[in-house]
Design a protein around this ligand. Structure first.
Ligand SMILES: [Zn+2]
Ligand SMILES: [Zn+2]
Length: 240
């Protein structure tokens, strides 16, 4: 049974802000009693531009090719995590954390994320409205990450499915204002999600979504989130 999931997790393979590789962190999750992880490595305009900005500025027709290469970088952490998870029985699913150009917020996305990224070159230049509409057309589930962190602002919930009501990042605990996020989700009838926002060992294990049913695929994950067939666990585990 794969029921206890991390929904906010980064790898140093694909997120330059993360301090530990998937190869090393997946066994830690196993030790803390998680059954599954959704890899939500960052997709953002700054990192795209560092790698490919000059090439695309010089020749905009290169966007498609550069974008596909960028998605290869973004998905690499998930591939490593999948291999590590297979060895020890941890289910690994695709997800993402998307930031848009000139926009402060981060969107956690769940579902068939990689095909969506690949079929939308230059996605990080979309407006929030365009992004959320396209993601919903692709059947994705969107949760607003750490919505009350000092550099974010809650978005009109018409675009959202969910709100991350507890962000467990050790570096964010003082500034995430999780209490405000929970109240906002309740007031606006948004589905609550939680995540450790794992970048380094002290972030673990602070949050877990415990599903009622066995979750094996991105579609099963989205369906269970939409149906609210889960409980939220915060700082739940002792190391086995
Ligand atoms: Zn990060
Ligand atoms: Zn994150």
């Amino acid at each position: 049974m794969a029921r206890r999931f991390e929904l906010h997790y980064h790898t140093s393979e694909s997120s330059s802000c993360a301090r530990i590789s998937a190869r090393d962190s997946i066994p830690l999750y196993k030790a803390y009693g998680y059954d599954g992880i959704v890899v939500t490595d960052h997709l953002n305009p700054r990192r795209f531009e560092i790698r490919y900005g000059p090439a695309v500025a010089a020749d905009p027709s290169l966007m498609e090719e550069c974008w596909q290469r960028y998605i290869d970088v973004v998905r690499y952490g998930r591939q490593v995590a999948e291999e590590a998870g297979k060895r020890i029985g941890v289910t690994v699913l695709q997800g993402g954390e998307v930031n848009l150009k000139n926009y402060p917020n981060d969107f956690l996305v769940y579902g068939q994320v990689e095909p969506f990224f690949r079929s939308h070159p230059g996605l990080v230049y979309y407006s929030p409205e365009q992004f959320c509409q396209a993601a919903h057309e692709a059947g994705l589930f969107i949760s607003h990450a750490h919505p009350f962190r000092h550099d974010c602002q809650p978005l009109e919930n018409v675009y959202l499915d969910a709100m991350e009501v507890f962000n467990g990042s050790y570096g964010h605990l003082a500034v995430a204002h999780n209490d405000l996020a929970m109240q906002y989700a309740l007031d606006h009838d948004l589905i609550p999600t939680v995540g450790s926002d794992f970048h380094k060992v002290p972030d673990l294990p602070r949050a877990c979504v415990q599903f009622i049913d066995d979750i094996r695929t991105p579609d099963e994950l989205v369906n269970a989130l939409r149906a609210r067939r889960f409980e939220l666990l915060i700082c739940p585990f002792k190391k086995a």
